[in-house]
Write a protein that binds this ligand. Structure first.
Ligand code: HEC
Length: 271
């Protein structure tokens, strides 16, 4: 069985070789052969007519009597992502809200959502609170992405005790239950700051050495906010007393039911 197939293949290759042998000299019959680099097999499309911006042409003269190379958009159209959009003029119209959202993500021009900064603010104006609504679905997404991207170093409960940390990583991965990350009056505890760390990583400002890799290539802005929401849930899960007023009355019984049994006391064990 194998032999006839091999023969067919060899015949095919021989025909292809013959075709190339004929075609190659033909493509060189243009009188513009040169041995100079770069070598071009088919030079046809190397040089094409084009217009530079802000230059003159008669090409459109019949169409609108102008001699501009640049075209004026049709009346009533808005060039997407290229022209400023005036909400004062269009804001009240029904389509405008959707357009604004679409456009802002196209241009990533929403400082809060895409950079974790106050709109129009400086590099250090981190948002205190994330600009997106927290929902149960979002928290589930945050848990998934946190478990994929962060636990290796920061641990499943965010205490900085992941496998990589246990293997001796330096610097030591952050423990998210440290007041540095829970006390919102501190810069490092702001949602916008954590957003920035996830997307761009951490760097030693003097030596330029990397302190934590960036994860912006691996998680979208939406997923980054979800991870932060999940970190907040982890922080609450490790610090909140069962009688805290922050826990809804309806959830308390269920939480008590699910609470793990305390480990049996051993002599000489932890007190
Ligand atoms: C490869 C290990 C590693 C992974 C994975 C990792 N981190 Fe880190 N992270 C570190 C280390 C190490 C530090 C501490 C750096 C330092 O103190 O110089 C740190 C610090 C931080 C800090 C504190 C920043 C500060 O200025 O104090 C935050 C917040 C953080 N990480 C969030 C995350 C999140 C969220 C993820 C997942 C998207 C993540 N990290 C994934 C290693 C990691």
């Amino acid at each position: 069985m194998a032999r006839p197939r091999t023969n067919q293949l060899l015949t095919g290759l021989a025909l292809l070789g013959a075709a190339l042998a004929i075609a190659a000299p033909m493509s060189g019959c243009r009188g513009d052969r040169t041995d100079a680099r770069p070598r071009r097999i088919l030079p046809d499309m190397d040089k094409q007519p084009k217009w530079k911006p802000q230059s003159e042409t008669e090409f459109f003269a019949l169409q609108d009597g102008s001699s501009r190379t640049q075209r004026v958009p049709e009346a009533g159209t808005i060039a997407f992502g290229r022209r400023s959009f005036d909400p004062a003029t269009y804001g009240a119209e029904a389509w405008a809200a959707g357009y604004m959202t679409e456009r802002s993500s196209f241009l990533a021009d929403d400082d809060a959502f895409f950079r974790g900064r106050e709109p129009g603010g400086g590099p250090d104006d981190f948002l205190d609170v994330m600009p997106v609504e927290v929902t149960p679905e979002m928290l589930a997404l945050g848990r998934e992405k946190f478990n994929i991207n962060c636990v290796a170093c920061h641990g499943y409960v965010g205490d900085g005790q992941g496998m990589v940390a246990k293997a001796g990583m330096t610097p030591i991965p952050a423990n998210f239950h440290d007041p540095k990350y829970t006390d919102r009056s501190q810069r490092t505890a702001k949602d916008g700051y954590i957003y920035d760390v996830v997307r761009n990583g951490l760097w030693n400002e003097i030596t330029g050495a990397n302190r934590m890799p960036a994860y912006g290539h691996n998680v979208t802005p939406e997923e980054t906010w979800a991870i932060i929401a999940y970190i907040r849930a982890l922080q609450a899960s490790q610090s909140m007393a069962i009688d805290s007023p922050a826990i809804p009355e309806s959830a308390r019984a269920e939480l008590l039911r699910r609470r793990p049994e305390p480990a049996p006391a051993e002599d000489g064990g932890e007190s």
